[in-house]
Each structure stands twice: as structure tokens, then as C-alpha cells.
Design a protein around this ligand. Structure first.
Ligand code: GDP
Ligand code: K
Ligand code: MG
Length: 290
């Protein structure tokens, strides 16, 4: 069977996480209109009788400004190194040349497919022009055009990748969807709601860690810590008389219940950890290993 690692790269907001979820038919990667929502490399595994495709969603490629971002870019680097095929995702209405320069700078050693995303936002002529632009680039084996948001033809999409994958034995059991824990995804869903509810810098100064996960009869009891850098950020997250944290809790609970397919009791605590984004010990504790 065809077996291989297919890693998704691109600028922030190209739609990497949306594509990953569309291919898996399951929401593994959180999505937001804000850049740097994705902080980890997230694997999603597609297995049939004919193939096992191990997809990786990665953080958008940026110039790191603090240690957390350095760790994020290390996870991109490791994904670059173990890919069998690279999917280079482009928001088709974004500047093509900037994307080209980024891809050229990656010095890819594996076959690469340029995926032009958000075709719903441009006309046919523009899309064709973009296709021709990227087809002429040395790193580009082929161009695929999609709208990850409107839904993609999964079979057609995978069929374009399979010829580029090696033959081999599967790495994962056929029913395994990901290599990360349920606790990780629960924390991510809470983080997604923080991106939705709070503007400005709050989401970027915040991380979430699940501290307890207990199944009790028909209910799952989950506790999570929300880590911020300053008391003022804690006050914003709490809101007047705790109104914001309550709202966050109920929005996150709805998403988590869908994910774990069970009723959930969710308890959130806010903790202040000055400079956690720049402290190796904290980054490690919160699961940012690069
Ligand atoms: P990432 O940063 O590359 O992971 O991008 P996300 O998957 O988080 O998506 C960034 C934004 O683009 C979100 O608001 C998505 O809903 C939006 N988006 C993703 N794919 C499409 C698409 O095909 N069409 C349109 N119009 N928007 C999209
Ligand atoms: K995003
Ligand atoms: Mg993402």
C-alpha cells in the first residue's frame, strides 16, 4: 500500500488547519481568522485498504520574536524534514510572489504540490493566472485548486497525492485518527474560544492545560488551567463578576461535548505565570517542545 507523511506548510491564515479538518472529516485543528492560532504540529491519519496518509498541520511560517514562536518554528522544521510530500498552501488572493519567495527559502528536498486555496474568493481567470504562475516554479510538481472552507472532494484530492508516496507498511492502526491525546484537543478547543472571545493580545499571551479528565458514569469531568502572563490579563479573562469566563466555559463545553461525544462538566481556573512564553521550563510544562 501507499504510505507516507504529507505535511502542510504555508503562511499564517492560508487555511492549513481548515484543509486538515476537511480531509479528516473531523475537527482536529482549531481555526480562526487570527494568525498564529496553530502552535503545534498536529498529525491526522487517513487509512484505507490502499493507503495510509499521515497529514501534518503546522504553525504558519513566521520570523520568531519570542521563545514560544521559536518552538513553533522548530515544529515546522521537523515537519519539513520528515515529509514525503509537501503541500504548499497559498491563499490565492494573497501576494503570490511573497509565497513563492517563502517556498523557495524552504529549500524543499521532497516533491511539493502547490495548493491554491480560497478559490471561492477569486474569478476563474485569476485562478488560472495563479496556476500558471506556480506551475513554472522549480519546486512545484503540480498545482491543485480548492476551497477548503466550502468543502473539498477528498477522493480526488488524495488521488493527486498518492502517486508521489512510497510503498510501505502502515505506521498506525487503521482506526487511529491522530497521535495526540484527547486532553490536548480539549485544551485546544478552549484556546480556540479564547481566540473567538478576546481581541488584541490576550490569545497570544494565553495557553491552556488540562489538569484533570475523569469519566464518571455518563459525564466527563474536566478541569483546565488558563495560563496568562499578567494580573491585568486575568482580570480581562474573568470579566465583570466572572461573566467572561462563564461565557468562555459554556462555549468551550459545547465544542468539547461534540469532540468527546459525551456530556461534560468543565471547570476553568486562571493562573498568572509571568513570562511563561519566554521560559523554557513553562514551555515544556505546557507541551511546547518544538
Ligand atoms: P491557517 O492559519 O493556515 O491554519 O488558517 P485557518 O485554517 O485557521 O484559516 C484562516 C481563515 O481563513 C479562517 O477564517 C478560515 O475560515 C478562512 N478560510 C480557510 N479556507 C478558506 C476558503 O477556502 N475560503 C475562504 N473564503 N476562507 C477560508
Ligand atoms: K489562523
Ligand atoms: Mg492553523
Amino acid at each position: 500500500m501507499k504510505v507516507g507523511f504529507v505535511n502542510i506548510f504555508g503562511k499564517p491564515n492560508a487555511g492549513k488547519s481548515t484543509l486538515m479538518n476537511a480531509l479528516l472529516g473531523e475537527k482536529l485543528a482549531i481555526v480562526s481568522p487570527k494568525v498564529q492560532t496553530t502552535r503545534h504540529r498536529i498529525k491526522g491519519i487517513l487509512t484505507t485498504a490502499d493507503y495510509q496518509v499521515i497529514l501534518s498541520d503546522t504553525p504558519g511560517i513566521i520570523d520568531p520574536k519570542y521563545k514560544l514562536q521559536e518552538k513553533m518554528m522548530m515544529s515546522v522544521k521537523s515537519a519539513l524534514e520528515d515529509a514525503d510530500v509537501a503541500l504548499l498552501l497559498v491563499d490565492v488572493k494573497d501576494n503570490w510572489q511573497e509565497n513563492d519567495e517563502l517556498f523557495a527559502s524552504l529549500k524543499l528536498k521532497v516533491p511539493s504540490i502547490v495548493v491554491l486555496n480560497k478559490l471561492d474568493t477569486v474569478d476563474k481567470a485569476k485562478l488560472e493566472e495563479a496556476r500558471q504562475y506556480f506551475e513554472s516554479k522549480p519546486y512545484c510538481k503540480k498545482v491543485i485548486t480548492i476551497s477548503a472552507l466550502s468543502g473539498i472532494n477528498k477522493k480526488q484530492f488524495i488521488n493527486q497525492i498518492l502517486p508521489l508516496l512510497p510503498e510501505g507498511e502502515p505506521y498506525f492502526e487503521e482506526d487511529q485518527l491522530t497521535d495526540l491525546s484527547t486532553r490536548f484537543f480539549v485544551a485546544e478547543l478552549i484556546r480556540e474560544k479564547i481566540f473567538e472571545l478576546f481581541s488584541d493580545e490576550i490569545p497570544y499571551h494565553t495557553t491552556v492545560i488540562v489538569t484533570a479528565f475523569q469519566e464518571k458514569n455518563t459525564l466527563i469531568k474536566i478541569s483546565a488551567d488558563i495560563i496568562v502572563q499578567r494580573e491585568t490579563q486575568k482580570a480581562i479573562l474573568l470579566g465583570n463578576k466572572g461573566v467572561m469566563i462563564k461565557k468562555l466555559g459554556s462555549m468551550a463545553r459545547v465544542e468539547i461535548e461534540k469532540f468527546v461525544d459525551s456530556k461534560v462538566f468543565l471547570e476553568l481556573f486562571i493562573k498568572v505565570r509571568p513570562k511563561w512564553r519566554d521560559t523554557d521550563l513553562f514551555l515544556k510544562e505546557y507541551g511546547y517542545n518544538g
